[in-house]
Ligand binder design. Sequence first.
Ligand SMILES: [Zn+2]
Length: 90
Amino acid sequence: MGEPTGAAEGVPIAVRPDPSRDDGRRPVAWLRITAPPSWSVTPSARSWCTCGYERHAIGRAAALQLIAAHGEHRTACPLLNPVSEGRTAA
Ligand SMILES: [Zn+2]
């Protein structure tokens, strides 16, 4: 008989940082998503970072927003993007 196919419609199961850019730094930001293969179960997601950033999301739409926010944080996080310049422009 038929198998359930609902899980294939754009549900992010896992999002990993780009493995090709491993330059020796330790990962400081994590993203975990729980997306059961059933539309009757509400997915949830958690994003947290060593710098103190932490977010929770309940629901598919909220989880997708959290994923986007997590990506933005990776570009804005002071730990992932340390300021190497010792001087600031006045
Ligand atoms: Zn951070």
